[in-house]
Design a binder for this molecule. Structure first.
Ligand code: SAH
Ligand code: DHB
Ligand code: MG
Length: 241
């Protein structure tokens, strides 16, 4: 993963209204009295103290993912790019019957994620696999093909952006009909369509997956632009037909 790109550079696309709206809506819709609130706060704080980058999903998006899983009755989710386990905690705590498989290349990130998942009480339902995601995915794909493992109902692709399309293609092969596959960071402050930004690796990874998915007869998809206190970005959402 690159440490500097347009997303993390000094050019920050921010607007105080975006943070204020999240603060107001979350204070009503996910107040500190919610059972997972303390664990989620702890996960972010522990990740910060351990030096992980501040690039987890933002709360409203992670809750949206967890609610998508609730709506679809998803019991098996796959995440590519664990970081400190923030999104995994949301998925598992909001869906008590769900098992999450999450893939992380960085052993330090994986260790911090395991601490955070244990603190959240979901370590028994979230399997962190350490190593390059492609290696783990080919093993998982083979297990699913053999019928040794059920297909996934939800996939969140959020790792090295140059592999977005490779991950997406494999994710669809590993998913059940009506599964949702999300790809993070596809709008990049609008740089997705900015002529000066076409050399950026995040933009290139986003454009490749959007263009390939547009030709992919296995799915129907859309890109949702999002704003939050961190930035202006967006996700690609695809439903497996
Ligand atoms: N989904 C997380 C955030 C992920 S940040 C959340 O919402 O909290 C991206 C993560 O992808 C980083 O931890 C990075 O180490 C990991 N990553 C980068 N390249 C990878 C690869 N090839 N395989 C697996 N993980 C990778
Ligand atoms: C970066 C990666 C992410 O997945 C994200 O959501 C934000 C930033 C990055 O590599 O800078
Ligand atoms: Mg991301």
């Amino acid at each position: 993963m690159s440490t500097t790109n347009i997303f993390t550079s000094s050019f920050h696309e921010q607007d105080p209204r975006w943070s204020a709206v999240d603060a107001y809506t979350l204070s009503h819709l996910h107040p500190p009295s919610r059972p997972n609130h303390a664990s989620l706060t702890h996960a972010l704080e522990n990740s910060r103290v351990k030096g992980l980058p501040d690039i987890s999903s933002y709360p409203a998006m992670a809750k949206f993912f967890a609610l998508q899983c609730r709506m679809g009755g998803v019991k098996h989710a796959l995440e590519i790019g664990t970081l400190g386990g923030y999104t995994s905690i949301w998925l598992a705590t909001m869906n008590p019957e769900m098992k999450v498989t999450t893939l992380e290349i960085d052993p330090v990130h994986a260790e911090v994620a395991r601490q955070n998942l244990a603190e959240a009480g979901v370590a028994d339902r979230v399997n962190v696999i350490v190593g390059p995601a492609l290696d783990a995915m080919s093993g998982l794909h083979a297990e699913i093909e053999r019928g040794d493992k059920p297909p996934f109902g939800f996939v969140f692709i959020d790792a090295d952006k140059e592999n977005n399309w490779t991950y997406f293609d494999l994710a669809v092969k590993m998913s059940a009909p009506r599964a949702c596959v999300f790809v993070d960071n596809v709008v990049v402050k609008g740089n997705l369509v900015s002529p000066e930004a076409q050399g950026d690796e995040m933009v290139q990874g986003a454009r490749q997956v959007i263009e390939e998915v547009g030709r992919d007869k296995r799915v129907e998809a859309v890109v949702l632009q999002t704003v939050c206190e961190k930035s202006y970005d967006g996700v690609l959402m695809a439903v497996v037909l």
